[in-house]
Design a binder for this molecule. Structure first.
Ligand code: ATP
Length: 443
């Protein structure tokens, strides 16, 4: 039994290495500033990575905004008045406990290390002191306290400070939500595990404003909805769990939080937190700004402060989970094959169009097919290397379907569609191609 567990853990560790490797080799994610020797734990998204990350964010937006009647979108500025961070409690409370190792002088987040320095093994650590995670900068040419500004550490506050703007410009009333996708910045003490924890990352957050008495009901609703979203995009339920925070773990604003966690190669890690923030934020901003952040209930003829349920997810962290979950190795005709079994919704390319050889008459028709399909899908046209190598490349980057244009195409007006997962190949005539693809891809 122990041996089995050890074997499984070894496999999982190697999956992490393989995925990081594949991301670099195929152009998903590059270490940032590489030609200068790198810049710790920052990453650049390459041609395939930017496409996939966009698909993750688009899928979230589609589910959270486009397909609902009760949620609207927002794109707030990254920079804002520091008064927001004072009112929200971030200046005071957005800290992690920092300890120094007195022997090797490395710094750690106390809650992540169990009292032992992970670098040198010493137990001789300083007392923990709060370290504020916000990046501080200055707006304008004068560097004084009066010009201090902070890069946002979460997108949520943009939704709270625009609560009235949204109420006044839409026909929404509680229960309704405001959704936002964008960059956030945290000066993490120990970034790492690839893009799991970085200092610059992307979030997908939604603030759902509800009558206070309905908060618990909506909390449960959103925990279940958000869990299902990851499943709908291909993560197996056995790799996911919901973890409830106990009282001492709760953030300063929250009365209940549940995390959706994924089984990463290094253990369970949070993908998303769903929090009941009560009326904490609207109250805090009302007090600090003087604006009345309440809703007038016409029927009851009373003002009240809505409570907030917040599902807060990381786009970059989710992308990493989708990649790990999709990574598979199998054997085809006696050779090892690496295949990313990504949901077609997330795959960077939906279709690859591959002329069998570089002969101009094949390339001409293949290129035309690719341009036709590009009106609807992100499609790769690839004429380099042998057809076997091109299939392998597209398996490795998760392209669900490859179309091969061969010499018969010139006479029978048909192409071969190869399925990434089943490897089944079928001949389809060009006039049926678009319909067949749309049926198979599901969109
Ligand atoms: P942690 O406890 O891991 O530091 P958190 O609970 O502070 O995270 P939240 O404030 O709830 O995280 O942020 C919501 C989501 O944003 C997280 O679930 C995660 O997906 C993402 N996220 C937070 N910090 C980072 C980071 N440093 N790098 C990448 N993604 C992050």
């Amino acid at each position: 039994m122990d041996e089995l567990i050890e074997q499984r853990d070894r496999n999982r560790e190697s999956v992490m290495e393989q995925v990081v490797n594949l991301c670099k080799r195929r152009g998903f994610i590059f270490p940032s500033s590489e030609i200068y020797g790198g810049f710790r734990s920052t990453y650049d998204y390459g041609p395939l990575g930017v496409q996939m990350l966009r698909n993750v964010k688009d899928s979230w937006w589609r589910t959270m905004v486009q397909q609902r009647n009760d949620i609207v979108g927002l794109d707030a500025a990254i920079l804002s008045t520091p008064k927001i961070w004072e009112a929200s409690g971030h200046l005071k409370n957005f800290t992690d406990p920092l300890v120094d190792c007195k022997v090797c002088h490395e710094r750690w987040r106390q809650d992540q290390i169990d009292g032992i320095c992970p670098k040198c093994g010493s137990k001789d650590l300083t007392d923990a002191r709060p370290f504020n995670l916000m990046f501080k900068t200055h707006a304008g040419p004068v560097e004084s306290e009066g010009s201090a500004a902070y890069l946002r550490p979460e997108t949520a506050q943009g939704m709270f400070v625009n609560f009235l703007n949204v109420l006044n410009t839409t026909n929404k009333k509680p229960p309704f939500g405001i959704a936002q996708v964008g960059k956030s910045f945290r000066n993490e003490i120990t970034p790492g595990n690839f893009v799991f924890r970085t200092r610059e990352f992307e979030q997908m957050e939604m603030e759902f404003f509800v009558p206070p008495q309905d908060a618990n009901k909506w909390f449960e609703f959103w925990v279940n909805e958000r869990f299902s979203w990851y499943v709908s995009l291909g993560i197996n339920e056995s790799e996911l769990r919901i973890r409830k925070h106990d009282a001492e773990e709760l953030s300063h604003y929250s009365s209940a939080t549940s995390d959706v966690e994924f089984l990463f190669p290094f253990g369970w890690g949070e993908l998303e937190g769903i929090a009941n923030r009560n009326d904490y934020d609207l109250n805090a901003h009302e007090k600090a700004s003087g604006a009345k952040l309440q809703f007038f209930d016409q029927e009851a003829r009373t003002w009240y402060t809505p409570h907030v349920i917040e599902p807060a997810a990381g786009a970059t962290r989710a992308m990493m989970a989708f990649l790990i979950s999709a990574y598979h190795e199998d054997e085809v005709k006696g050779e090892k094959r690496v295949v990313l079994k990504l949901s077609p919704k997330l795959a960077p390319f939906k279709v690859a169009v591959l002329p069998l050889s570089k002969k101009p008459e094949l390339c001409e028709i293949a290129e035309k097919i690719s341009y036709d399909l590009k009106n609807k899908y992100v499609v790769d046209y690839d004429v380099t290397q042998s057809i076997g190598k091109r299939y392998r490349r597209h398996d490795e980057i998760g392209t669900p379907y490859a179309l091969t244009v061969d010499f018969d195409t010139l006479t029978d007006n048909s192409v071969t569609i190869r399925d990434r997962d089943s490897l089944e190949q079928v001949r389809v005539s060009l006039d049926r191609l678009s319909g067949v693809l749309s049926e198979r891809l599901g969109f």
